[in-house]
Design a protein. Structure first.
Length: 384
């Protein structure tokens, strides 16, 4: 076959494909519309599916309207439910008309779990302030009634994770802290974590209004959630430490644990805004230690963490405490070595020359070689 003949055949083929690719879509769309109007509900289900595959969602919306108009008359009709589900599930994000209000109405008027789940999943494409408020209200009701975490609840949590607001955060966060739907704790944490970063005041308000047991749970939950910003984690720790220090009432194991863990977070994140607060905590921790409410190891860790985010007063406070320890040692009331070492090492790290006399005095007392060596090393680090 000649080259010119081959080129001619190719041109005819290309033109033919162009013609066929345009013609069927026009006639098929028109035919689908006719089939939808004339068909039974079962036929409408099939037609909607075909139309959606072509990227035309007009029939999806018409079917949703058909459901809304005929719901009371055909409420128990399974075919009508199938039509609704197919219309909602295959509705793509490209439709430009008002769909959100229709979906909201379906959710309010239909308590079927399968339908509600499909509607909530579609809210992600057609979200609005009304749909967020509606799902918030639904989730609030489920929490109040201590309802199980069914597919609708989980779909609600997932939707609010993407589109939720401050109210959404509070609902999911509180549900997680209270241990509701514990088997889905990871999904809850994944949802409220990103929302927390835009709900700073709400996080702190929940913390403030909670019991000390719950404050400890909140602190731990916020710290281990990888979606929460360092700033929020640090602010929660700062506020938790403040409330645990200045609480009115008896000291408890929970409060002491809250103090220690809050300080650890502040120290690890180098949250210097809480430096003065941490130094204030030292005197509280000292009293707790001396009254037997805190172990020597824990108190030594407190000293290390306080020094890690020192304020202008930290060097003086720790120097005075070392003076107290030295006098105790001098009068045969030997302090715990771990505590002495933590103070000496902290003062060396601070380099505050206020500590000179007290560190030097350590070397004259009957401390262990390890303590005396630590004091000499600290002396060498002082800044003059």
């Amino acid at each position: 076959m000649k080259k010119t003949e081959i080129n001619g055949i190719r041109k005819i083929a290309v033109y033919g494909i162009m013609f066929l690719s345009s013609l069927p879509f026009f006639s098929l769309d028109r035919q689908l519309e006719i089939d939808y109007v004339k068909g039974s509900i079962e036929d409408k289900v099939s037609v909607v599916k075909q139309s959606a595959l072509l990227g035309d969602y007009t029939l999806n919306v018409r079917a949703i309207d058909f459901y809304i108009e005929n719901k009371e008359l055909l409420e128990q009709d399974e075919e009508l439910k199938k039509l609704l589900l197919e219309s909602v599930k295959t509705l793509g994000p490209a439709y430009s008309g008002d769909v959100s209000s229709k979906l909201c109405r379906i959710f309010k008027e239909n308590s079927d779990s399968e339908v509600r789940k499909a509607v909530i999943e579609k809210f992600s494409d057609y979200s609005s302030a009304n749909s967020v408020s509606l799902v918030n209200s639904y989730l609030s009701e489920q929490i109040k009634n201590n309802a199980p975490a069914d597919d609708v609840v989980l779909a609600s949590v997932k939707y609010l994770q993407l589109k939720g607001n401050v109210t959404s955060f509070r609902l999911i966060f509180v549900a997680d802290i209270l241990g509701m739907w514990e088997e889905h704790s990871s999904e809850l944490a994944q949802a409220w974590g990103p929302l927390a970063n835009n709900s700073e005041n709400e996080v702190l308000q929940v913390l403030q209004t909670s019991s000390f047991d719950q404050k400890l749970l909140i602190l731990r939950a916020v710290q281990k959630n990888p979606y929460v910003s360092k700033k929020i984690r640090s602010e929660v720790a700062e506020n938790a430490l403040s409330e645990a220090i200045y609480n009115i009432g008896e000291t408890s194991d929970v409060i002491i644990e809250l103090q220690k863990e809050s300080l650890e977070v502040i120290s690890a994140s180098q949250w210097t805004r809480a430096a003065s607060l941490a130094t204030d905590y030292f005197s509280v921790a000292r009293t707790e230690y001396e009254n037997g409410h805190m172990t020597a190891e824990d108190f030594a860790s407190v000293i290390t963490n306080v020094a890690a985010i020192a304020s202008d007063e930290t060097g003086r406070v720790l120097s005075e405490y070392l003076d107290f320890l030295n006098k105790s040692k001098e009068f045969s009331n030997a302090p715990v070595e771990a505590v002495v070492l933590s103070v000496i090492n902290a003062l060396g790290g601070l380099g505050d020359k206020t500590a000179f006399d007290y560190l030097l005095y350590v070397t004259y007392l009957d401390y262990s070689p390890e303590v005396i060596t630590a004091a000499r090393n600290a002396l060498a680090k002082l800044k003059w």
